[in-house]
Design a protein around this ligand. Sequence first.
Ligand code: NAG
Ligand code: NAG
Ligand code: NAG
Length: 241
Amino acid sequence: MATLRRASLLLACLACGAAFAAALDAPRAHPLTNLPPAGEISHGHFFPDYPTRQFIAGLPVKVVLGIRNDAAEAYNISAIMGSLNNAEDFRAYYWNFTQQLYFQVVQPSKELSVEYSFLPPKDLPPNDYQVALTVFYEAADGFKSTTFFNQTITVNEQRQLIDWKLMFLYVIFIALVGAGLYYVWSMVKDSQLYKNVVGKKSRKVEVSRADNDDEWVKGTHYDNFRKKKAAAATKPTKKAQ
Ligand SMILES: *[C@@H]1O[C@H](CO)[C@@H](O)[C@H](O)[C@H]1NC(C)=O
Ligand SMILES: *[C@@H]1O[C@H](CO)[C@@H](O)[C@H](O)[C@H]1NC(C)=O
Ligand SMILES: *[C@@H]1O[C@H](CO)[C@@H](O)[C@H](O)[C@H]1NC(C)=O
């Protein structure tokens, strides 16, 4: 008796779980999950601003889609939608691009161009991704769809106006070079060789100045002053030698 009750309880639980799972599944499926069948159109596309398909995270990408109606009935071009997926595994999607509505009719053997813009998210890590773009259109017997772009693209980082990381490296580099130069300079300054060379040179300059007395200052106060000053400057150096 107890086993029977337990079994029925278990069954009820299972049924409840199944119903719950079904309820979770129930919300209207995303349009990209179950694509309607393809209609009869020819199509071409191009990316006016990114011909090499190297997009930049955070900047909108414009794509122009050209459609030619190859069917015998009119198509009402409803919308374009897209997604950003893992380049290796298409089932892993990262982002659904906003859908754009058109509701433009293209008659049999007529052509139509529409523009679609999508935005690779700003925080998207630079990498290769697969982008799929699908156009939905309506005929008398219901919706149709054509995936007009499904390829690997590259998303790059937006280049910053000021690259702070690089700036920081420059500052460190300049500081290191400066410190190195200062170290070399202080070594040279204190070396005997430097003292000899510079010491002799400055003495030579003083002597030549003293020799080079201009005629016109001779006998003036300025001349006397200059001679005294020169004598005072040369005396200590002579004593040192
Ligand atoms: C994005 O699209 C996929 C189908 O490709 C769908 O399964 C998913 O629920 C959508 N995500 C959002 C947030 O709409
Ligand atoms: C195209 O489809 C939209 C949405 O179903 C509808 O509102 C519109 O009237 C249609 N356009 C034409 C010309 O049938
Ligand atoms: C896009 O291509 C991948 C294979 O690279 C395929 O698995 C996927 O179903 C395609 N998606 C659409 C929407 O056609």
